[in-house]
Design a protein around this ligand. Structure first.
Ligand code: GYE
Length: 333
């Protein structure tokens, strides 16, 4: 960590020196191998590898990152990995080759990052994890993580259900739509929810499968759940989009969402909040995608070699239908 910090300080010192030389009209000591990055112009360059465009949350997150890079005067190189880890690894390697100042990415799954993170570290390029974390034991492979407490989101969802069903007699059958297999939010939300309902044996998860965080996935898996299980009381979907897809399957099966089947989701993007305000969903735990401004702040800090916290968590709440109605008019995503 310390060595890396020093390396960064040195890199920045070179950048400042280069900028000064340019400003005084002297020849620049050029980075001729950086392709589209000109000889260091003093501008910070951030290489960002995004998961994909699977959900409303992701679209809002991408917009937040692009807008805040522009606002902060940071040059952004952006790559959409289309949900594939190998594409993210390729993008990160390209950023290393291009000698960007900082790399940030939202890892699609938790494991399998050590090699490429080590390559970035060896090149002296600091890495910031945004939104999703990695399971690397060596914490020096990245500077910080900025994002949500996914276990807490699952827990809040489960606690709402425990309270909602406290006077229920008999078994409450729950189906669960999981996020992308192996992703931090899918692993953690499942865990948090399971922990929250564990003390109530009448709350039973009778089916749990991935819908890959997409509307299409949520709809297709919910159709299977409905075919296989005559009595479903509750749907817990790991994001709004899968819940929205499931609504179509539930309605097509002749059931009333929000009444025959209670629906709990996570994210609180506008479409989800509308479904909640309309009484089709019953509860949403919030997960904010607006990570851009804080990320740009951190990019500036790490590039100067400043010490930053190892983990920075987003503040979030929960919503009932009434609260969704009140929040919708000013909702930013
Ligand atoms: O909840 C989901 C998205 O990683 C927190 O990814 C993010 C999740 C979000 O596809 O909608």
């Amino acid at each position: 960590m310390l060595t890396m910090g020093k390396a960064i300080t040195r890199r920045r010192a070179v950048a400042v020196l280069t900028a000064t030389l340019l400003a005084t009209g002297l020849a620049a000591c050029g980075n001729s191998d950086t392709g589209d990055k000109p000889a260091d112009d003093g501008k910070l360059t951030l290489g960002f590898s995004q998961v994909g465009a699977e959900s409303g949350w992701r679209t809002a997150n991408t917009n937040s990152i692009k807008e805040s890079a522009t606002a902060a005067g940071i040059e952004l190189k952006f790559d959409d990995a289309q949900g594939k880890q190998e594409n993210q690894i390729t993008a990160i390697r390209n950023y290393i080759q291009q000698k960007v100042d900082v790399i940030a990415f939202s890892p699609v799954v938790e494991s399998g990052w050590d090699t490429v993170l080590k390559e970035a570290k060896d090149a002296g390029i600091p890495v910031i994890l945004t939104d999703r974390s990695v399971d690397s034991a060596d914490k020096s492979l990245y500077k910080t993580f900025i994002g949500s407490d996914f276990v807490k989101e699952g827990k809040l969802s489960g606690e709402w259900l425990v309270n909602e069903t406290k006077s229920a007699t008999g078994t409450v059958n729950i189906v669960e739509l999981q996020g992308t297999t192996g992703s931090a939010p899918a692993n953690d939300r499942k865990k948090g929810f399971a922990e929250a309902i564990a003390a109530n044996p009448n709350l039973k998860v009778i089916a749990s499968q991935t819908g890959d965080f997409t509307r299409a996935g949520g709809k297709a898996v919910m159709e299977q759940f409905l075919k296989a299980n005559p009595k479903i009381d509750v749907l817990f979907a790991h994001n709004d989009d899968m819940g929205l897809g499931a609504l179509e399957a539930i309605t097509a099966a002749g059931k009333v969402p929000g009444k025959d089947i209670k629906i709990i989701t996570i994210d609180a993007v506008k479409d989800g909040m509308q479904a909640l305000a309309d009484g089709k969903f019953n509860f949403i735990a919030e997960c904010s995608p607006l990570l851009g401004p804080q990320l740009m702040d951190l990019v500036k800090k790490v590039s100067k070699g400043e010490t930053i916290p190892q983990r920075i968590e987003t503040e979030e709440g929960t919503f009932t239908p009434e609260q969704a109605k009140a929040a919708l008019p000013t909702r930013k995503y």
